[in-house]
Design a protein around this ligand. Structure first.
Ligand code: PHE
Length: 343
């Protein structure tokens, strides 16, 4: 039987109904069909013809099978996948694997920890559910200090003073209660405050507390350490502004502002149109705190600081709205894919 003839038949066979397709299968693809007979007849051919005829028959069988698959797929509105493996086609678009990425707050936290571990700081942790002693009393807050107010603090059991910590300064107390100087620790963690959620404030955010206590620690050490940190974090030309402030647990207290990097200090919502953004509070540890924690206030001095992680992330990455950090919007999170903490 003429193969060219058969090929024409395969190509023009009407496959538009299930009955037609069964007829096609019977004629070409099943046992007892024309191709089956021709394959069987190969044996009777002389070897030099056998090879060529075999090849031609195989090609014809593949063609018949492909037409059938195509016809069935078309009826179900499907398409037949290409049989060429994609990796062998250099023009095929790159397949991107959905690798995960790190959250911008973890990136910033790692960057901060990296900078401080280089100058000898160790990590410490404390619980998010705290008591009045660690959050307020040991830190020298007067009993009627406004920060204890229900409006700022989430109390879980108000009568027992059990609350969600409002700052990571609790960890200063926990570390000093159980160890003696020299102390150099960094304590990252989540804190809670009763605020109206907006682009600038949230009911929870992240801080990193730092504490350094030893003989002869002075305000010059505090200033040098924090300037080292800010330059390491934002770069050497960052504008820094020191402002006198007040915290019950530090005496001399200060806050540090950084020139707003979102608007280049021209004024925007993040810097409240001042050109400056507050990034940390700090000061020399008040001797009353040493007394409460069992550290000799005659012998030792120290400094402490609390960094606002969201603020630092906003400035570093140019994020206008604080709420983005907690919404898990993939478009936001994926824009940090491939970022590392140290750049
Ligand atoms: N705990 C203070 C705050 O949350 C920050 C701070 C920490 C200030 C350590 C001084 C020393 O605002």
């Amino acid at each position: 039987m003429d193969i060219t003839q058969l090929q024409k038949e395969v190509e023009s066979f009407d496959l538009s109904s299930p009955e037609r397709r069964i007829a096609f299968q019977k004629r070409f693809l099943r046992k007892g069909g024309v191709l089956d007979e021709l394959f069987a007849a190969l044996r009777t051919l002389p070897p030099e013809l056998r090879k060529e005829q075999g090849k031609a028959l195989n090609a014809l069988r593949e063609l018949a099978q492909a037409r059938l698959t195509q016809a069935e797929a078309e009826e179900r509105h499907l398409s037949v996948p290409s049989r060429t493996p994609v990796f062998s086609d250099p023009s095929f678009p790159l397949i991107r694997h959905e690798a995960g990425g790190r959250h911008p707050l973890s990136l910033v936290e790692s960057r901060i920890i990296y900078l401080f571990q280089r100058i000898g700081y160790l990590l410490a942790e404390g619980p998010e559910i705290e008591d009045d002693w660690h959050n307020f009393e040991a830190l020298n807050f007067e009993p009627d200090h406004p920060a204890r107010d229900m409006q700022d603090t989430f109390f879980l059991r108000p009568e027992e003073g059990i609350l969600l910590r409002t700052h990571t300064s609790t960890v200063q107390v926990r570390v000093m209660e159980r160890s003696q100087p020299p102390i150099r620790i960094l304590a990252p963690g989540r804190v809670y405050r009763h605020e109206t959620v907006s682009a600038r404030a949230h009911v929870y955010f992240h801080q990193i507390e730092g504490l350094c206590v030893d003989e002869g620690i002075s305000a010059a050490d505090l200033k040098a350490t924090l300037e080292y940190f800010i330059e390491g974090f934002f770069g050497a030309n960052t504008r820094i502004r020191w402002r006198a402030s007040y915290f019950p647990f530090t005496e001399m207290s200060a806050e540090v502002d950084v020139g707003c990097l979102l608007c280049e200090s021209k004024g925007c919502a993040v810097c409240k149109h001042t050109g400056w953004v507050e990034v940390l509070g700090c000061g020399m540890v008040d001797p009353a705190v040493f007394d409460a924690c069992g550290i000799d206030a005659e012998r030792y001095t120290g400094f402490a600081f609390g960094l606002g992680v969201e603020r630092l992330a906003q400035l570093l990455y140019g994020i206008p709205d604080l709420r983005l950090f907690g919404q898990n919007d993939l478009r936001f999170l994926q824009s940090f894919r491939g970022y590392g903490p140290i750049a």
